[in-house]
Design a protein. Structure first.
Length: 137
């Protein structure tokens, strides 16, 4: 089962200064419905339940992100990611590649999602959209 949310360990690590959104690389990995990911128990990237399609590389890919501040709200905005090939996934894990693959957030797509025209795309909410991945007010 894949349960969406910000990973509990990540919340603690933020207060301890483990993650640096200016210098660290953050990655996203794709998972099948057999994955067992939850905010309470997922502490780091795992390959258990990860997509194994021929077009997909284990560990996923590094994402581009930036910090944005507006009217007292600070957010991490991740750019959309695109995986080439025929891929089917049920969810994803965002993790800090630089800091020992520590888990950041889990995304559940609600149902299996498949590539369209050979591209598997994940669209992240933009700054003004409701539901950004990480926001501090």
């Amino acid at each position: 089962m894949i349960e969406s949310g910000i990973c509990w360990n990540f919340k603690k690590d933020i207060l301890l200064g483990v993650h640096d959104f200016e210098t660290d690389d953050f990655a996203i990995a794709l998972y099948t419905k057999s994955a067992k990911l939850s905010p309470a128990s997922t502490t780091a990237y795992t390959d258990v339940g990860e997509v194994e399609d021929l077009d997909y590389d284990a560990g996923g890919m590094i994402m581009t992100h930036r910090i944005v501040e507006e009217n007292g709200t600070v957010k991490v905005v991740f750019d959309d990611v695109e995986f080439d090939g025929e891929i089917t996934a049920r969810g994803a894990l965002v993790y800090n590649y630089t800091q020992g693959n520590k888990a950041v957030a889990i995304l559940n797509f609600g149902m299996d999602q498949s590539s369209s025209n050979g591209v598997f795309k994940i669209r992240f909410p933009k700054f003004h959209d409701y539901g950004n991945l990480i926001a501090i007010k």
